[in-house]
Design a protein around this ligand. Structure first.
Ligand code: FES
Length: 560
């Protein structure tokens, strides 16, 4: 061991406190030899039975421990808060920064020389990367992997995406209660995160693209024995990383973020990746402007044919070769020299990757589309930008001008959306306000406004929807999100009224409210912000310090 270990500051301190720290750790049943130069490896575990996606992570942690012991380290597992997408109110996004603070301070406050981050559900991966980037001790990620493909009778189902489609059929009276109950029992067949290219799958792929996991980690199904084998290898590798002093700040460089954005575009990743990547970069003092996403999107082909944009599921992606094949396909668009947790470069990691199924991962020469999945829009309705997943949108709506039907908030939308007399048609633009970081609060995934029942019955499956909300990565449709500044702080979205015309032009990257600027300014001058949702506690901290969508929604005081 070349350098003194960080943990030795705790355990080799002369005097009473060094003695008592050793004694208290030995109370867990360890012998005195654990203090003989073994790196202490924290296993930062977001296991929780309140988070089905991460409910298997204790088993993953045991595999990591085997690897750490084998390589001569001392594994010590510790919990973090866990953010289960399905259960937390009002939204897990309210708590991403809290989890990131938990991770950062747990690492910093404890005798940890290196850390293995166990995550899976949507916010848990970015939160751990944000915290570990700020703490900057050697760190490596093991994501929990996607759940098994859902099943209903002879049909394969993608959790999230197909659930929404089938539930719309139920709303339209085309599925019975008995059939819906069968679907409920089979759509999520194991622990692990959602099995389409939603936010969790996207962030797992991007953790790998950033160089923060062993190659191939992202796509291995959660119950697959090969995930435990990879976890064991990760445990061995983190001990070596401590010896090499291989910290996140050496891996998470500007070029690594550009690589991750390119992979995001190639996989047709979730719109939420934009916010999370900006926030992780901010922890290293790096700017990642929305323009960078759009520039990279324009030159990066979409090549991964997964739902919700495409046809297949994460199990198919794994069988086809996963992220290493994607990165090899677009290597010419990446910085292949970026350092990764393997101690080798991106190029060395992926250049021998072999694709086993070209229906799932296309070549860069024969992509699904020439451009990437996510586009950045701008205009008088979104001066600080908005996002749209063009690969999950309807081509005929990518240039559209229609009259707005406005919901002032989500409660209004829910109360009205199933009204048989809702005055909307296929050309209407649904607009929803008060769903941003401060307005909702917490920036929930309400942006996929359900199709109005009256239109579903007419067979209309998509329409333009605009809001300052986020959207689940498993969702689909012509849905404009993250409009910034948000309406609750007086962004132009606050000025839209039912009957106004809204223009969406994806090719020109425009989102416009078709009114004279003076009229928009006049309406905004009359705008009164709603009262804050919290006057104490974490909620108040969030409202006082959260940044807008285009800045990643981290707290202003947590950026580097
Ligand atoms: Fe956890 Fe979908 S609910 S990833």
């Amino acid at each position: 061991m070349a350098n003194k270990l960080r943990s030795q500051e705790w355990f080799e301190e002369p005097g009473y406190y060094g003695f008592s720290r050793r004694a208290w750790l030995r109370s867990e049943g360890f012998g005195a030899d654990i203090f003989e130069g073994k790196p202490v490896i924290g296993i930062c575990n977001s296991f929780s039975e309140l988070n089905n996606c991460n409910a298997h992570l204790r088993q993953v942690a045991e595999a990591v421990k085997r690897g750490v012991w084998t390589a001569g380290g001392l594994p010590l597992e510790f919990p973090t808060i866990s953010l289960g997408e399905m259960f937390m109110r009002p939204t897990t996004m309210l708590f991403r920064n809290l989890m990131a603070m938990d991770v950062e301070e747990s690492i910093r406050a404890n005798p940890i020389d290196g850390v293995v981050l166990l995550c899976g559900c949507d916010k848990t991966t970015p939160a751990q990367l944000m915290g570990a980037a700020s703490a900057d001790v050697p760190a490596i990620v093991v994501t929990g992997g996607p759940m098994l493909a859902g099943q209903w009778r002879t049909r394969r189902l993608g959790a999230g995406t197909d659930g929404r489609k089938l539930f719309d059929l139920f709303r339209a009276g085309k599925l019975s209660e008995e059939e819906l109950d069968e679907i409920e029992g089979g759509i999520a067949r194991s622990t692990g995160h959602c099995t389409v290219m939603g936010t969790a799958s996207t962030m797992a792929c991007l953790a790998e693209a950033l160089g923060m996991t062993l190659p191939g980690c992202a796509a291995i199904p959660a119950p697959d024995a090969r995930r435990l084998a990879l976890a064991e290898m990760t445990g061995r590798r983190i001990v070596e990383m401590v010896r090499e002093d291989l910290r996140p700040s050496r891996i998470l460089t500007p070029a690594a973020f550009d690589n991750a954005v390119a992979v995001d575009m190639a996989i047709g990743g979730s719109t939420n990746a934009v916010i999370h990547l900006i926030a992780i970069a901010g922890r290293l003092g790096l700017e990642l402007p929305l323009d960078a996403f759009d520039g990279i999107s324009r030159r990066t082909p979409w090549i991964v044919n997964l739902k919700p944009s495409g046809e297949f599921l994460m199990e198919d992606f794994f069988a086809a070769g996963g992220v290493p094949v994607v990165m090899r396909e677009i290597l010419g668009l990446l910085d292949g020299g970026c350092l990764t947790v393997t101690g080798r470069s991106v190029r060395e990691n992926v250049e021998s990757a072999v694709c086993h199924d070209r229906t799932v991962i296309r070549t860069a020469d024969q992509p699904l589309t020439a451009e990437g999945g996510t586009v950045i829009l701008c205009g008088n309705l979104a001066p600080n930008g908005a996002v749209l997943k063009q690969t999950a949108a309807s081509p005929h709506l990518l240039r559209h001008r229609g009259r707005a039907y406005v919901f002032e908030n989500v409660r209004e939308m829910r109360a009205q959306i199933d009204r048989e007399d809702l005055p909307v048609d296929k050309d209407t633009v649904l607009v929803m306000k008060s769903c941003g970081p401060k307005g909702a609060p917490g920036f929930p995934e309400w942006g996929h406004i359900p199709m109005p029942k009256v239109l579903l019955k007419q067979g209309v499956e998509d329409m333009v929807r605009v809001s300052d909300a986020r959207m689940s990565g498993t969702s689909f449709g012509t849905v404009v999100l993250h409009v910034a500044p948000e309406s609750a702080i007086g962004g132009p979205l606050a000025a839209v009224r039912t009957g106004d015309e809204v223009l969406l032009d994806v090719e020109k990257r425009r989102l416009e409210l078709c009114l004279p600027e003076e009229e928009i300014a006049r309406r905004l001058a009359e705008f009164t912000p709603p009262p804050p949702h919290y006057d104490r506690g974490y909620g108040k901290l969030f409202l006082d310090h959260v940044t807008q969508a285009h800045l990643g929604c981290d707290f202003d005081f947590l950026r580097s």
